[in-house]
Design a protein around this ligand. Structure first.
Ligand code: SAH
Length: 259
């Protein structure tokens, strides 16, 4: 059996209880070495076989899983953050399925959540944005045409760019070309969210590239964009004394502003 497990985005204690249990039970762990906290490997039992996948191909990873299966082992494939985002797990799942190897997936704390905690911020503010666009700038991996940064930027929604900290000169232009963000729209570069080296570099859409250059950050960072990083928003209805819902009878005359 292969367990695809999200390691969380940095701090070792952000792995789920299930992920930690599976790691502790594994006979073999194939971990994404570049971004998985090495402390997590201490959860593996003594004698478990550890492979860093940084230098492996898909074929080699699948061969290790297949060999583990032949021996009746439990294999953990440990991915950074949550495996469902930029994790290249679809091809692994298809390859395992094609070989009749059973697998399951355990989610993890994605870096876009870790980055929000680092700021700290809420992506979905009433009166500001109720949507989060998760995307990346086109680099060596192309992005489908209908998902160009400028077209996504036209919504003015909260946005997180993965894998883009080294591509900000072009990204900045495209974000502005969308027409909804201005050069003054708040932005932030979050480096190694939840790791001990975590740093937050607040900036604006107009200064993204300069901020990354000045900070010397070109990888292991997320770029956050949008007015959710600003001061203004509307308080939520859910907790407003004047708002009624299934669990609480509100006083319609008491519509409160922010305390
Ligand atoms: N599955 C992962 C993303 C893997 S792609 C997740 O859910 O987070 C790798 C990219 O994720 C990096 O280039 C960087 O943009 C981002 N990333 C991963 N961990 C990060 C962290 N702790 N802080 C900031 N960005 C991170």
């Amino acid at each position: 059996m292969v367990h695809i497990v999200g390691a969380g985005c940095g701090a070792a204690d952000l792995i789920t209880l299930r992920g930690a249990r599976l790691l502790g039970e594994a006979d073999q762990v194939i971990y994404a070495g570049s971004l998985v906290n090495p402390e997590l490997l201490e959860l593996a039992r003594p004698g478990a076989v550890l492979h860093d996948s940084a230098s492996l191909t898909l074929e080699e990873v699948v061969a290790l899983a297949e060999e583990g299966e032949r021996r009746g082992w439990s294999t953990v494939r440990l991915h950074t953050g949550d495996p469902c985002l930029y994790g290249a797990i679809r091809e692994q799942m298809d390859a395992l399925a094609a070989r009749g190897i059973p697998f399951d997936v355990t989610p993890g704390v994605s870096s876009f959540c870790g980055a929000a905690a680092a700021i700290p911020a809420e992506y979905t503010l009433p009166g500001v944005s109720q949507s989060l666009i998760i995307t990346r700038a086109a680099g060596r991996t192309p992005v489908p045409e209908g998902e160009s940064l400028s077209s996504l930027a036209a919504h003015g929604a909260s946005m997180v760019l993965f894998l883009s900290a080294g591509l900000l000169a072009k990204a900045q232009k495209e974000l502005l070309a969308g027409g909804a963000y201005t050069p003054d729209t708040p932005a932030a570069i979050v480096y190694k969210a939840t790791w001990p080296e975590e740093r937050v570099f607040p900036c604006t859409v107009g200064t993204l590239e300069a901020a990354a250059r000045q900070a010397g950050v070109s990888r292991t960072a997320l770029v956050l964009v949008g007015d959710f990083l600003g001061k203004d928003y509307r308080r939520s209805d859910l907790y407003n004394p004047g708002f009624s819902h299934g669990c609480r009878e509100g006083d319609g005359n008491r519509r409160e502003e922010l305390p």
